[in-house]
Design a protein around this ligand. Structure first.
Ligand code: GDP
Ligand code: 5AD
Length: 558
């Protein structure tokens, strides 16, 4: 079944004319990115064996006439009409080149106020976002995949309430994820309960907006349909590796890459389950692939066609790469460790700590050979290093399907899922590790063959109907404990796993905190405060059942 999904994805978007198989794709990509024969061979095997995959644009475009390899971009939006439409033009160019774009709309003057330079009255950030959204929709009609945008607004912008509620109706701004950028002082006020202070007064309507009101609107929005996301401005900028170059005010569409204006980043993910041998991590193999992956992503910065000169300049100046992992939950299941356990978090810290330390070491080796990143002086790095930032955790929405593993560091959404194909056919997908374990569990119970089949069906139908197996009493409690899916795991445990990774990750983490459908507002406030206290750079929540589309899929991404 996994093979069928992979073939479908590859055929629809990744195969170039003349290519027939995944191996053909790997050969094209390895030949384009490797500097010599030996490196090309190593890159080829690492991808063919699914040990590491680069982000989709690299798989689709490397070795073609337009090798745009990067998934992540941040474009600045200035306060005047020409600057706003310049950003629109730049975003359009990136989107036809398969990139995802993030913007801070915070500099756009509040709705109804005069635009100082160049004249005119400001329509405000939300109306401007509608133009960007339409442009994305129109561009998509001619392209291979839909565009994806992140729209960020600072909490103190006078239009903040209309921004937070902009996606109230489903279908509006459908090509945007939206996030509010919050500095520490407002989080402190929220934590201390002293958030009745005035945040801003709208210059036209005269509306007085308190910190409390804005947090209520954020929490209501999350409860309603999972948006807005929240970004923590000071945590993000405390980790800025090149503070002399400016501050980070926006991220790419799924939130894992806070970037400076015009920076871009090529991502790649290590397929963790393949590094498990006899229930423990094959550290030598992980060391080898981490180093190769760093070389791959660093080479790619020089192989990619940067869609704009400003992007070429900003990206080459810091040479950030985005190495991460996928298949965390599958790995934990294979090792018999429940996702929501201290043991899982210790495992996560060990693995990500190792990857980041190894990646840093390899980047230092690269610097000795090829030189430091141009903005190294004045950066946070004391020793020569080739890349200003190395690690991130991407959602891996598509590449995890190609690899046939659980996405990024997310828990499995459901051990049984249904895929509907355009021809109307339905496929029942049973998670492969779970399927094997269920058969063993049923065998352990000693059922006859025909009774076993009935029992198997019972479990699968129950999961299809409820999304969980926690109420099936005859399954051993340790089996039910291990096979918890996203909705069974408490928000605190989701957050703790994100924090375990964040402690060892340079950029940020794409992760959804799943909330039960009966979650109340106070629990959402609590989750936002915990996320901040735990040192996360941002948080995205989703209350189960609060959108029509409940299957895991990167928001705003096809
Ligand atoms: P994958 O490499 O396709 O598996 O991509 P991920 O799900 O890991 O997403 C990584 C980043 O790629 C996102 O944060 C976006 O910046 C970008 N991205 C993902 N999906 C899409 C898409 O459908 N369209 C566009 N334009 N960008 C996307
Ligand atoms: N802010 C940040 N990330 C978001 N995602 C979705 N919406 C937002 C948002 N508003 C990310 C989730 C998930 C991926 C599918 O997209 O974190 O990892």
């Amino acid at each position: 079944m996994n093979g069928a999904i992979r073939d479908h994805i590859l055929k629809s978007r990744y195969l170039q004319p003349g290519e027939k198989s995944f191996s053909d794709i790997c050969s094209r990509v390895a030949s384009a990115i490797g500097k010599d024969e030996a490196e090309r061979e190593q890159f080829l095997h690492m991808m063919e064996d699914l040990l590491f995959l680069p982000n989709s644009p690299a798989l689709m475009n490397a070795g073609t006439r337009n090798p745009q390899l990067s998934a992540c971009f941040v474009i600045p939006v200035g306060p005047t009409i020409p600057e706003i439409f310049r950003a629109l033009r730049e975003g359009a160019i990136i989107q036809v080149n398969d990139g995802g774009t993030g913007y801070s709309f915070s500099e756009i003057p509040p709705c109804g106020t005069p635009i100082k330079e160049g004249g005119g009255i400001s329509p405000g950030p939300v109306r401007i976002m509608e133009i960007f959204d339409t442009a994305t929709r129109v561009i998509r009609e001619g392209g291979r995949r839909r565009g994806a945008n992140m729209g960020v607004l600072d909490i103190a912008h006078p239009d903040i309430l209309s921004f937070i509620t902009a996606k109230k109706e489903e279908g509006v701004l459908e090509n945007f994820n939206i996030s509010v950028m919050i500095p520490d002082r407002y989080m402190q006020a929220l934590t201390e309960g002293s958030h009745d202070e005035i945040l801003t007064i709208h210059p036209i309507s005269g509306e007085v907006i308190s910190v409390r009101e804005v947090f209520s609107a954020i929490v209501e929005g999350i409860h309603r349909n999972g948006e807005p996301g929240v970004l923590f401005a000071d945590t993000i900028n405390a980790a800025n590796p090149t503070p002399a170059l400016g501050s980070m005010r926006a991220t790419n569409p799924c939130g894992e890459e806070p970037l400076l204006p015009y920076e871009s980043c090529i991502l790649g993910s290590i397929n963790l389950p393949l590094f498990l041998q006899n229930q423990s991590v094959a550290w030598d193999k992980l060391d080898e692939i981490t180093r190769l992956a760093v070389r791959f992503l660093d080479n790619a910065i020089d192989q990619t066609t940067h869609p704009l000169p400003e992007i070429a300049e900003a990206t080459r100046r810091t040479r950030k790469i985005g190495l991460g992992v996928m298949g965390l939950h599958d790995t934990l299941l294979l090792a018999g460790i429940p996702y929501d356990s201290e043991e899982a978090r210790t495992f996560a810290e060990e693995v990500m700590g190792f990857i980041t330390a190894t990646a840093i070491d390899e980047s230092k080796c690269c610097a000795a050979e090829l030189g430091v990143f141009p903005a190294w002086e004045g950066s946070i790095w004391h020793e020569p290093i080739r890349n200003a930032a190395l690690t991130t955790i991407a959602p891996t929405g598509t590449i995890s399907l190609i690899a046939g593993v659980s996405p990024g560091i997310e828990p499995v959404y459901s051990f049984v899922s249904i895929r509907r194909h355009t021809a109307g056919r339905e496929f029942e997908m049973i998670h492969p590790v779970f399927k094997r374990a269920l058969d063993e569990e049923i065998a352990r119970c000693g059922y006859t063959e025909s009774a076993a089949e009935v029992k198997r069906r019972e479990v699968i139908d129950h999961i299809r109907a409820t999304g969980t197996l926690r109420n099936i009493d005859w399954l051993h409690h340790s089996f039910r404990r291990l096979y918890r899916s996203a909705g069974d795991i408490s928000p605190d445990d989701h957050l703790r796993m994100q924090a375990a990774f964040q402690r060892h990750t340079h950029a940020a983490i794409a992760k959804t905190i799943n909330l039960r459908s009966d979650t109340i507002m106070d629990e959402i406030t609590h989750a936002i405060i915990s996320a901040w206290t735990l040192g996360l750079k941002g948080v995205t929540c989703y209350r189960i059942g609060s959108r029509r589309d409940t299957v895991y899929r990167p928001h705003g991404c096809s």
